[in-house]
Design a binder for this molecule. Structure first.
Ligand code: NAD
Length: 510
């Protein structure tokens, strides 16, 4: 079978106005970091993009101090309505600079421009618009009247959706009245630094948002800083576990969004072509660098061969290559380390007796690449059925009955996402009810909406991001007024009214 050949359609980088060097964004200004700088590169070409500052513990202290001062002096005193105005302004600036942000994201992360342009950046704007609307309605967040902000939030994010994860963290935190210090991942700092420019453009009071760059040590110093009130972490389960341990016994509030090994369950009554699209979207979207990826396909045994056959035909049409080309479906792997991990786990799959298949595709010679891959004949006990590969690799298993599908889907230490494909609504609801996953898609996959809470069970973490639930992670219930405190204003009001009527009566006599 031959396919149409596409002419290259590269998105221009001319609209980028990048600095050669970026400092830390602390107290509204860019300042040099104290630790040695590092380089951020394009994973598609391995070419240097910019030199990035690395925050020392002293720099972390300065960023937290700036956030604390901004919280005490301005942000905690603003009305929700005024905080909302700043968030609306940020959302509009994201829209205005959307094309530039999408190009920078694809350059730094390696994801296809059609994803950063049509998914990541529009969702970033949507997240800020959504939480802007909440800022003056916190009394309706389910925590009683006048819930309080927590104070300074320390936020650490991964490299797979750099700007989107930033929005998931910063938008609810600011709406709820907290100030933030955020650390992006060391391989993808670029769009967070462009976001710092947007914060300046939006005229946000200095110190409300601080962005510090650096590697794991910077993240560790930030989450362990004694003056932060809230820690929000998205990343690997191993680092999440370390953070949970180090925060245990402190008053800091913690939310963890960690790894996953999502089951995508296809029943024999599903529309197969539609399911194949969902399988592709579930595992090859963003090169499979997705915590909630549908990385385990559970397909009913009697349709296994047909599904695999059609999936192979569909996979042969995927265009792997230059992330900035508008035709590209699968871009570059984010880093050499991640590529190494994907290769290692896939080799384990071979060694364990699973059958590997990839479509014929030419991979560029420079940069980090891995062809879209499926494994069939995968045993439930296999490492590739259990470990998060975090790459474009799908493990295919079979089942015979709904009960077996549920048991296999839940047979994982994770519990982040799942998908169900069936023509029968009642079957979808019955199965969904028994799956231990924070988000379950029915006849679709990898759909995100700011109004919909997202988060995990078990080793996928705890807490929810998105929706009203995402606000509660940044709010403390209003302190209960004591009986005396509740009565005092009423007594005062009555005596003031009495005094007023007495003086009016006196005046009347004059
Ligand atoms: P990672 O845990 O290695 O790094 C995540 C972030 O934590 C980075 O900014 C890193 O610098 C920082 N960090 C590293 N060590 C730290 C420490 N000891 N203390 C504090 N911060 C530290 O993860 P990664 O490889 O960048 O990201 C991939 C992982 O993220 C995957 O497991 C994926 O499933 C998960 N993820 C989860 C979600 C979710 O919402 N559940 C979303 C995206 C990614």
């Amino acid at each position: 079978m031959s396919f149409l050949e596409y002419a290259p359609a590269p998105e221009s980088t001319a609209l980028l106005n990048l600095q050669s060097e970026y400092g830390l964004f602390i107290n509204g200004e860019f300042t040099a970091g104290s630790d040695p700088t590092f380089s951020t590169i394009s994973p598609a070409t391995e070419k240097h993009i910019a030199t990035i500052a690395s925050a020392s513990t002293g720099d972390v202290d300065a960023a937290v101090a700036a956030a604390r001062a901004a919280y005490d002096s301005t942000w905690s005193r603003l009305s929700g309505r005024d905080r909302g105005k700043y968030l609306f302004r940020i959302a509009r600036l994201v829209q205005e600079r959307a094309r530039e942000l999408a190009v920078a994201e694809s350059l730094d992360n390696g994801k296809p421009i059609k994803e950063s342009r049509d998914v990541d950046v529009p969702l970033v704007a949507a997240w800020f618009f959504y939480y802007a609307g909440w800022a003056d309605k916190l009394d309706h967040a389910g925590l009683g009247a006048n819930p309080r902000a927590l104070g300074v939030a320390a936020q650490v994010i991964p490299w797979n959706f750099p700007l989107l994860m930033l929005a998931w963290k910063i938008a609810p935190a600011l709406a709820a009245g907290n100030t933030v210090v955020l650390k992006p991942a060391e391989t993808t700092p670029l769009t967070a630094l462009l976001f710092a420019e947007i914060v300046q453009q939006a005229g946000l009071p200095a110190g409300v948002v601080n962005i510090i760059t650096g590697a794991g040590a910077t993240g560790r110093a930030l989450v362990n800083h004694p003056d932060v009130n809230k820690v929000a972490f998205t990343g690997s389960t191993s680092v999440g576990r370390e953070i949970a341990r180090s925060l245990a016994g402190t008053p800091k509030k913690l939310t963890l969004e960690l790894g996953g090994k999502g089951a995508n369950i296809v029943f024999d009554d599903a529309p197969i072509d539609q399911a194949v699209e969902g399988i592709v979207r579930g595992i090859f979207f963003n090169q499979g660098h997705v915590c909630c990826a549908g990385s385990r396909l559970l397909v009913q045994e009697n349709i296994h061969d047909e599904v695999v056959e059609r999936l192979k035909v569909r996979m042969a049409t995927l265009r792997v290559g230059d992330p900035l080309d508008k035709n590209t479906d699968v871009g570059a792997i984010n880093s050499a380390e991640q590529l190494q991990r994907i290769r290692e786990l896939s080799d384990i799959g071979d060694a364990e007796g699973a059958e590997r298949w990839s479509p014929a595709c030419e991979l560029p010679s420079d940069g980090f690449w891995f062809a879209p891959t499926i494994f069939t004949n995968v045993a439930t006990s296999s490492r590739i059925a259990r470990d998060e590969i975090f790459g474009p690799v799908l493990s295919i298993l079979t089942f015979r009955t709904p009960a077996e599908a549920i048991a296999k889907a839940n047979n994982t230490p994770y519990g982040l996402s799942a998908g169900i494909w069936s023509d029968k609504g009642s079957k979808i609801l019955a199965v969904a009810d028994k799956l231990r996953a924070g988000v379950i898609w029915a006849n679709t996959f990898n759909q995100f909406d700011p109004a919909s809470p997202f988060g995990g069970y078990k080793e996928s973490g705890y807490g929810r991001e998105g929706g009203k639930q995402g606000l509660t992670a940044y709010l403390a219930p209003a302190a209960k007024a004591t009986a005396a405190a509740r009565i005092a204003p009423a007594v005062k009001a009555v005596s003031a009214a009495k005094a007023k009527s007495a003086s009016a009566a006196k005046g009347g006599k004059k």
